[in-house]
Design a protein around this ligand. Structure first.
Ligand code: AMP
Ligand code: MG
Length: 506
């Protein structure tokens, strides 16, 4: 398969700039470090040889106040590989624990992520981390590194999720080094610089709670409430129960967004669950191609614990772990149970709202759940492509149904469903077909980071050509737009895509 050349690849080479560009002075705050040394270890990154730019997000750089000409510099490539520290940075690795695949795994921690610190930005405080920047006290059996393959996937998917409007850690930078990294074969190293208002995980709470270190648990919970959930203290009840309820609400929204876009996370361990309800730790994730509700995207997940249709329940299970961890700060167990209860209604309501919007329905009515469910069943039966289906359906709001119908084997069953959909759609008060199509096109993406798209960019990158990573980045940042030269990214996947196996190896 040949791909068109990148029209506007950003300057992305260590040789891009020769004139000296001043090193930016950032407004470091390092609030996490105020928690005290029980929570982290000072740990500088370990340099990598010959760092090279792969890509960076101009959007994230602008948010952080990093000038474009500095980003293009060799110094920036050194900084975001961990070879040079920005003045004022305080590199640390934090400790957390967690449940992995349903079992208590004990202490984990930032085994290859190194926090450079937190800075003030117009978008609020942001923590900056290098992933793959070397050993930490929490590396256990690992080497502290990340391979180019998985780093390209994390970099692109972070920006893709943001483009889709789904809460996520962002990706600022991606650099590569020829340093060998041993996985199933010998690969090469890369570093992703990722950014979020907080990288605190459920596992951070589990760590101190499981060890009976209640003072530290309380300090952590107070920190999160003060900086991220101040309303929890203002409500008057137990603030930690309020925190659990607020995190549950955000997680319910997040899961509805994942399900509605066909996103499988792949490793929903409690150490990969963000206390802010962000998508974090991109590993063997996948956007569904052919719809199969039981799809397992992680080749290492032999039991299918993290299959697509299980994700909402797994999130709830993980919230129970968070509740268990916070229990010592509550008056009784009932408080935790009460805080967890709303998820059971919030998640289905959020999903129904989002699935309704995908069908062009401006508000949820009785019977809409059946309409959605029946479509999903037809899609599953005929293994219809998730993204292409909803995108084509958007065009059918005021256009012909044939392009959608063509995706189905069971045409009569689809026709019967389409009749019900059209009736419900056009029966909406003040129905405006072109406006509905537009709304559906802003809801149903044209381009998602399918496995095979990432795979093609990875193959090129391994040959030293990063143009496909840059082209994908640009497309994924505006996934709802109809743009020339991107038809290959919006097309049905090739047959070989079904054979791609992505595991925990990264
Ligand atoms: P993950 O499955 O990527 O969320 O990782 C689970 C745990 O293993 C975390 O504590 C990671 O920091 C750690 N880890 C994963 N890969 C490595 C590696 N190559 N070197 C050190 N630690 C790692
Ligand atoms: Mg992780």
């Amino acid at each position: 398969m040949s791909l068109p050349a990148t029209p506007e690849a950003p300057a992305a080479s260590t040789a891009a700039s020769t004139a000296p560009v001043p090193t930016p002075a950032l407004a470091w705050t390092h609030r996490f470090a105020t928690l005290g040394e029980a929570f982290f270890t000072d740990n500088p990154p370990t340099p990598l040889p010959q760092p090279q730019w792969v890509a960076w997000s101009a959007d994230v750089a602008a948010t952080l106040g990093l000038p474009a000409d500095w980003m293009a510099s060799a110094e920036a490539a050194e900084v975001f590989t961990g070879n040079r520290l920005l003045p004022g940075s305080r590199p640390i690795a934090t400790v957390y624990s967690g449940h992995q695949f349903g079992h208590w795994a004990g202490q984990l921690g930032d085994g290859r992520a190194i926090w450079l610190g937190e800075i003030d930005t117009p978008a609020g405080p942001q923590e900056i981390q290098l992933k793959g920047a070397g050993l930490t006290p929490y590396s256990r059996m690992g080497d502290g590194r990340a391979v180019l393959r998985s780093s390209i996937r994390e970099f692109l998917c972070s920006e893709a999720m943001h483009g889709l409007g789904i809460p996520t850690s962002r990706a600022l930078a991606l650099t590569a080094s020829p340093a060998p990294v041993v996985r199933e074969t010998v690969e090469t190293a890369a570093v992703v610089t990722r950014v979020a208002p907080s990288f605190i995980r459920f596992g951070h709470f589990e760590h101190f709670s499981a060890a009976g270190r209640i003072d530290e648990l309380r300090r952590l919970a107070d920190f999160v409430i003060d900086h991220h959930y101040p309303a929890c203290r203002q409500a008057g009840g137990n603030p930690y129960a309020a925190l659990l309820e607020a995190v549950s609400a955000r997680t319910a929204e997040l899961l509805a967004q994942w399900q509605a876009v066909g996103f499988c996370h792949g490793v929903m361990n409690t150490d990969n669950m963000s206390i802010l309800g962000l998508t974090i730790d991109y590993g063997p994730f996948q956007f569904l191609d052919a719809f199969n509700p039981a799809h397992i995207c992680n080749h290492s997940d032999t039991g299918g614990r993290y299959a697509y249709h299980r994700q909402p329940n797994i999130a709830y299970w993980n919230l129970f772990c968070l509740g268990q961890a916070l229990l010592p700060l509550m008056d009784d167990q009932q408080q935790a149970l009460d805080a967890l209860e709303p998820y059971k209604t919030l998640f289905p309501a959020a999903l129904q709202r989002r699935m309704g919007a995908k069908l062009g329905l401006s508000e949820v009515q009785p019977g809409d759940d059946t309409l959605v469910e029946d479509l999903m069943q037809l899609m599953a039966k005929d293994a219809v492509d998730f993204t292409v289906l909803f995108r084509r359906l958007s065009g059918a709001a005021d256009g012909p149904l044939e392009p959608v119908r063509d995706l189905f084997l069971q045409r009569e069953a689809f026709d019967a469903w389409a009749l019900r959909w059209r009736e419900r759609l056009t029966g909406q008060p003040g129905f405006d077909a072109p406006a509905t199509r537009e709304q559906m096109r802003r809801t149903n993406p044209r381009i998602v980071l399918r496995n095979h798209l990432a795979e093609l960019a990875i193959r090129r990158a391994r040959e030293g050509d990063f143009s496909e990573v840059q082209r994908l980045l640009k497309a994924l940042q505006a996934p709802f737009d109809e743009r020339a030269g991107e038809d290959d990214l919006a097309a049905l996947p090739p047959d070989w895509a079904a054979g791609i196996e992505i595991s925990c190896s990264s």
